[in-house]
Design a protein around this ligand. Sequence first.
Ligand code: EPZ
Length: 426
Amino acid sequence: MEKLVISGGKALSGEVSVSGAKNAAVAIIPATILADSPCTLENVPCIKDVAVMFEIMTRMGAVIKQTGENTFYVDATGVNTTDVVFEEAGRMRASYYILGALLAKKGKACVRMPGGCFFGDRPMDQHIKGFSILGADCRFDDPKDCVSVFAEKGLKGGYIYMDVVSVGATINVMIAAVTAEGTTVIENAAREPHIVDVANFLNMMGANIKGAGTEVIKIKGVKELKGVNYSIIPDQIEAGTYIAAIAATHGKALVKNVIPKHLDSIIVKINEMGVKTSVGDNGDSIFVDAGGELKCCKVKTMPHPGFPTDMQPQFVALMAMATGTSHMRETVWECRFQYIEQLIKTGMDVKISGNKRDLLIIEGGKKLHGTDMQATDLRAGAAMIITALCADGVSTISNINYIERGYDRIVDKLKAMGADIDKKDF
Ligand code: EPZ
């Protein structure tokens, strides 16, 4: 079994370049199904979730060729099925975007219930609500563990008020509405940077989407979409993860290929903790200087533009390095704290609190020691790496498949910044 082996105690330095955004790529790839001609996607992160999505698309009849280190030719015009019930489709959450894309292109789909990291219930009611308002008949087929959608008379635009701010439902309904007859309005839409990236991709193909990135998105249906060349935005969460790692190790390093605006909520908190940051002259990099003492702080996760839930575990690892008591409140997922047992094994003082058990209290400044940890999900795995980088002695992290789902070449990138980290077979 492969594990990461990390010897802590070294401050990160030098520079790191951020890859393309996972949560944009896993939506844009299936959205190519809407195009009447091939696409070329650039700045695609080489991560497991993208590889699985490419595998699913290939099995559906698409032709996919890697034409550069992070560039892929995607011809989805050969997609010849609306049944995507094979095992791979159940391996990750993002496979539900195939529902929206096939509904827009073929008027029907049956897709394996999506998997993904477990932090409690991961419903799809808002996706189904949106598809139903557009005129699709939707049902869960329990025996086959799949979701079926069918729009016999085609899709018609409608007004959808999302009961919950949902990234997936916003993107999925936006994709489905692109070819619907008439106008669709999505109210209480999620506003994450990857939603804007998917909308920009669809508009470049010929869609008519306005308001992505705000809580109201308006989509006017179009008949045809053509294949385009498109470069995916840098990954906000990968960038935030390296910023937290540099800060936690009291390092000084440059984080390149970022969109600073996407990092506002993370930078505000990092600055509150006493870490100095500055945006590079070209506006696409951030220099992080964490030479001084780290101060405790309080964070509450919120939908964008609030502090991202996908930075919660990594920031807890950073807070453990700060002097004093820090608070982390998780408001997006019902139980995204399973990983703390692993961090406590290093001597970290973190406990769950609050009447809704949605609050972590972190007593910072403790000396941490290396230990064996098991990644419990993608971002928790990143938090374990940060903790191991700060602990005295050697740590191992298993279940690294979780980490490799979302971080492109993380071992190489950390090594290049001076970390003592290796991937070894046990
Ligand atoms: C996306 O998941 C991301 N995954 C997650 O990132 C991220 O944590 C999440 O958005 C929030 O930002 C991808 O983009 C592939 P949601 P998604 O729908 O779309 C509730 C990572 O680490 N909800 O925004 O599944 C839901 O229970 C991953 O990269 C409903 O109630 O999240 C949750 O409480 C982990 N009904 C809240 O909304 C629905 O129909 C937010 O979920 C859908 C969601």
